[in-house]
Ligand binder design. Structure first.
Ligand code: SF4
Length: 367
């Protein structure tokens, strides 16, 4: 596949690995923020090719994983209401809430539908004017523009039976929160390329400067990640802490101005709780007052939510890079993708799911 296969070229990959080894003189710990990058690293064994002491810490950039339990429970309560059509991307259906998941609501008779775009949910709303249609709008800066566009279109078309259950989160405040943590070990970041393709890179220099950490905008294919790591190690070894763009085929410094304008119109910044991590100030978006009528939380006013996490699940520590997934005692035992105790095991971008898919046989042999 042109433009994709070439970023998995083994000869070039070997060359980059050699360059990383050649430049490394000591131990370094760097965090890949995005869960998609985590999966690529674990799937291709990139972390196992690095020099001893160069550690990849897996970050909180899995949108499904960090969606707060309270919002999941609200989604379950709304989806169970008669007359509601609850639409979501498929990866949210098996995310455990306090008592069940959206599949459980569906099997109990709720009208829960998997869609591939928020615009599909808007179409369902227009086709079913007597029903309330809700789309579960979660994710980082990457998925937010499509959700913003859908709400904008709903308002423009006068669709009154559509609403969005919003739980958007923002990467730069999360990076700052990680660096503020007293137990932080992260010395550099691979920033998520797709987030920067929307938002650009201009939010990052103040963070790099304040915390004296290199931030390298990185893509998702093996060569992208190796090049991101190589540039990061070069900066660390030379004592620099700059923002570099190692993903120029998708990212421009200014980002996508049209998408950012749509985001500014539809959303406003708010404090947001991240599942397993806690509240991070100014780390999320909610609908702005101009679009508040499309906010499912206001429309359905679900209250009386009492959240309860599995006492075994350590996904908060996984998401903050404090432990690796297999260091959780439930990994592969009480917790599997078929029987997940936490969202990090069920999401296609979750670190626990990555270790289960690509490492569990190695880990079993080691134990
Ligand atoms: S392995 Fe399961 S129980 Fe353990 S942290 Fe991951 S999701 Fe939670």
């Amino acid at each position: 596949m042109k433009y994709l296969d070439e970023f998995g070229n083994p000869v070039l990959a070997r060359r980059l690995v050699e360059q990383i080894h050649a430049v490394t003189t000591r131990s370094w710990a760097m965090m890949e923020v995005c869960g998609g990058q985590t999966h690529s690293i674990i799937r291709h064994g990139i972390d196992q090719l690095l020099p001893d002491g160069v550690e990849m810490i897996h970050g909180p950039g899995c949108p499904v994983c960090v969606t707060p339990l309270e919002i999941i429970d609200k989604a379950l309560a709304i989806a169970a209401q008669p007359g509601v059509i609850f639409c979501s991307f498929g990866d949210m259906l098996r995310v455990p809430g306090s008592g069940q998941d959206l599949f459980g609501v569906k099997s109990a008779g709720g009208d829960v539908r998997v869609v591939y775009s928020p615009l599909d949910a808007l179409k369902i709303a227009r086709e079913n004017p007597s029903r309330q249609v809700v789309f579960f709008g979660i994710g980082f800066e990457t998925t937010a523009p499509a959700n913003a566009m859908t709400v904008y279109q709903a308002k423009r078309l006068g669709v009154t039976n559509f609403s969005l259950l919003v739980s958007h989160v923002l990467v730069p405040p999360a990076i700052a929160a990680i660096m503020e943590s007293p137990v932080c070990r992260v010395q550099a970041f691979l920033a998520a390329g797709h987030v920067c393709s929307v938002m650009g890179t201009r939010e990052y220099p103040p963070i790099a400067e304040k915390y004296r950490v290199p931030i390298v905008v990185t893509g998702f294919e093996p060569l992208d990640i190796l090049e991101g790591i190589r540039r990061t190690v070069v900066q660390l070894e030379s004592g620099r802490h700059e923002v570099e763009n190692a993903y120029p085929r998708a990212v421009r410094d200014e980002g996508n101005p049209a998408a950012m304008e749509m985001l500014r119109d539809v959303f406003e910044v708010t404090d947001r709780t991240w599942r397993g991590i806690g509240m991070i100030p100014n780390s999320g978006w909610r609908l702005s007052p101009k679009y508040r009528e499309f906010d499912a939380e206001h429309r359905f006013a679900v209250t009386d939510i009492h959240t309860s996490e599995s006492p075994l699940c350590r996904s908060g520590e996984v998401l903050q890079g404090l432990i690796k997934p297999h260091q959780c005692s439930a990994f592969g035992k009480q917790c599997t993708p078929r029987n997940p105790l936490g969202a990090t095991m069920v999401s296609s971008e979750g670190a626990c799911a990555a270790y289960y898919a690509y490492r569990r046989l190695d880990l079993v042999q080691l134990s």
